[in-house]
Design a protein around this ligand. Structure first.
Ligand SMILES: NC(=O)c1ccc[n+]([C@@H]2O[C@H](COP(=O)([O-])OP(=O)(O)OC[C@H]3O[C@@H](n4cnc5c(N)ncnc54)[C@H](OP(=O)(O)O)[C@@H]3O)[C@@H](O)[C@H]2O)c1
Length: 254
């Protein structure tokens, strides 16, 4: 997602600083000419002050899915915000996940913890909660297709959204006029709500995979979150890039 934000921001003529632990080399296919890359780590604060020098707005697309990275996720946000405040940044926009505060799954709890860090910051902050990305469901299909099965979670529906639609919302929030509200949260979703089985059918048709679609139960908190439809926001069909149109553009999803 970070790369997509960088691409759109450069297209918009903005001066872009990219911060990560392993910045790509100039010859890497994921390197964007025109962006300035800095090595920095939010778990230690190393490199943060230097990277944030002169920045007006921070867009946080960090991830910390497992183990220590997940435990450190919210604190990493606090370190980033502290360094941003020190560098005179005026606003920070956080990408988060829809209804993460309504699940006890450890991954979602870490997201909600980080949202609270943003809400308490002295900076102006905006949390943009997105529904699941198109690439999330294709990753599940791709993994199963290796053994000619296309798994779909029983009772799950999705309102998947494309990275470019999410990136444009993040950028719009970053560039918006200063708000009277110090902290805001908004939720954005993809254009369509579909069962996972329908998405699997579309993916199979688009890719030509011969795999059989199989329904599997998803136990635990994540299963509960999906079955309760907490991943859906029917009133906010913000994205315009459908699953089909996104697939048609993405050779690597096929
Ligand atoms: N997948 C979905 O369906 C979905 C839906 C809604 C929201 N989201 C959220 O959107 C966010 C972005 O997702 P994504 O898929 O783009 O994640 P991603 O591909 O894993 O990218 C995470 C980025 O964080 C950087 N990073 C990780 N730890 C770092 C650290 N300690 N210091 C500095 N940089 C660090 C990584 O770069 P280096 O490794 O080079 O450091 C990488 O650039 C996540 O918070 C995710 O949960 C995802």
């Amino acid at each position: 997602m970070g790369r997509e934000v960088v691409r759109l921001a450069l297209d918009a003529g903005l001066d872009v600083i990219v911060l990560s632990r392993r910045p790509p080399s100039g010859t890497s296919p994921v390197h964007h000419d025109g962006a300035r890359y800095f090595r920095a780590d939010v778990t230690t604060s190393a490199g943060l002050a230097e990277a944030l020098q002169g920045a007006d707005v921070v867009i946080d697309c960090l991830e910390g899915q497992f183990g220590k990275a997940r435990k450190n996720f919210a604190d990493g946000g606090a370190r980033l915000l502290a360094a941003a405040a020190g560098a005179g940044v005026r606003k920070a926009v956080l990408l988060s996940i829809i209804n993460c505060d309504r699940s006890n799954a450890a991954f979602y709890v870490s997201k909600a913890d980080k949202e609270r860090v943003y809400a308490l910051s002295a900076l102006e902050t905006v949390v943009v909660r997105a529904t699941q990305f198109h690439s999330l469901v294709t990753a599940v299909f791709q993994a199963g297709a290796k053994v000619r099965l296309i798994p779909v979670f029983k009772g799950a529906r999705f309102q998947t959204i494309s990275p470019s639609d999410v990136a444009s919302e993040l950028l719009a929030e970053a560039l918006g006029e200063p708000s009277a509200e110090r902290h805001r949260t908004r939720t954005i979703g993809g254009p369509d709500i579909r069962t996972m089985r329908e998405l699997a059918g579309i993916w199979r048709k688009a890719t030509g995979h011969a795999g059989r679609i199989v329904e599997v139960p998803l136990p635990g908190e994540m299963g509960k979150y999906l079955r309760n439809g907490l991943n859906l926001v029917p009133s906010q069909r913000t994205g315009t890039d459908t699953f089909e149109s996104w697939l048609a553009k993405r050779e690597d999803s096929l």
